[in-house]
Design a protein around this ligand. Structure first.
Ligand code: S3P
Length: 183
């Protein structure tokens, strides 16, 4: 098995990375791994607790660590990479260098704001969620674009998106088996 063929889902908070991770993993008989969950497992604390007690920089350092660990594993997985993973240049490089098939889930901030309303692990959205999502969408679009092998409209039904991701991944992998089809 080749870790370079992992599938990584990126996109803003609320784009459905966790749901799609499970659906795609199920279809491919793989494990779904989630960077936020890995941080919680490792530290025994919630994302919110880490943000509040140690600050965002400490959270980002943990995020970089678990991202690298997931990309370096022996087993190809489906990875839900939390929305801020693309902020660090080192993370973007790690994503590109890993040869993973990176899918950017795209949705309008107006559609996302309803989905994130009750999620406790998103302290950055505590104040003005729509305004924050709009700013994040503008700031992060070039970063998601930089790492993405493919982009998909995340406002469609999850089952359809999962089928689309699997088709695109299989086509890309068949076209370039050495890299898992990245670009
Ligand atoms: C964040 C996204 C969240 C979580 C944290 C910060 C971000 O994960 O890691 O609240 O900066 O986009 P999800 O994208 O899984 O919601």
């Amino acid at each position: 098995m080749n870790a370079s063929r992992s599938i990584v889902l990126v996109g803003l908070m609320g784009t459905g990375k966790t749901t799609l991770c499970r659906l795609v993993a199920q279809r491919l008989g793989r494990r779904c791994v989630d960077t936020d969950e890995l941080i919680i497992e490792r530290t025994g604390r919630t994302v919110r607790e880490i943000f509040l007690a140690d600050g965002e920089d400490a959270f980002r350092a943990l995020e970089t660590d678990v991202l690298r660990g997931s990309l370096d594993g022996d087993e190809p997985v489906v990875l839900a990479a939390a929305g801020g993973v693309v902020l660090a240049a080192a993370n973007r490089r790690a994503l590109r260098d890993s040869g993973a098939f990176v899918v950017w889930l795209q949705a309008a901030p107006e559609a996302l704001v309803e989905r994130v309303a009750t999620q406790g692990h998103r302290p950055l959205l505590d104040a003005d969620p729509l305004g924050t999502l709009r700013t994040m969408a503008a700031d992060r679009a070039p970063l998601y674009r930089e790492v993405a092998s493919a982009a998909v409209d995340a406002e469609r039904p999850p089952e359809q998106i999962a089928d689309w991701i699997v088709r695109r991944f299989e086509r890309a992998t068949a076209a370039d088996p050495a890299t898992g089809g990245q670009r």
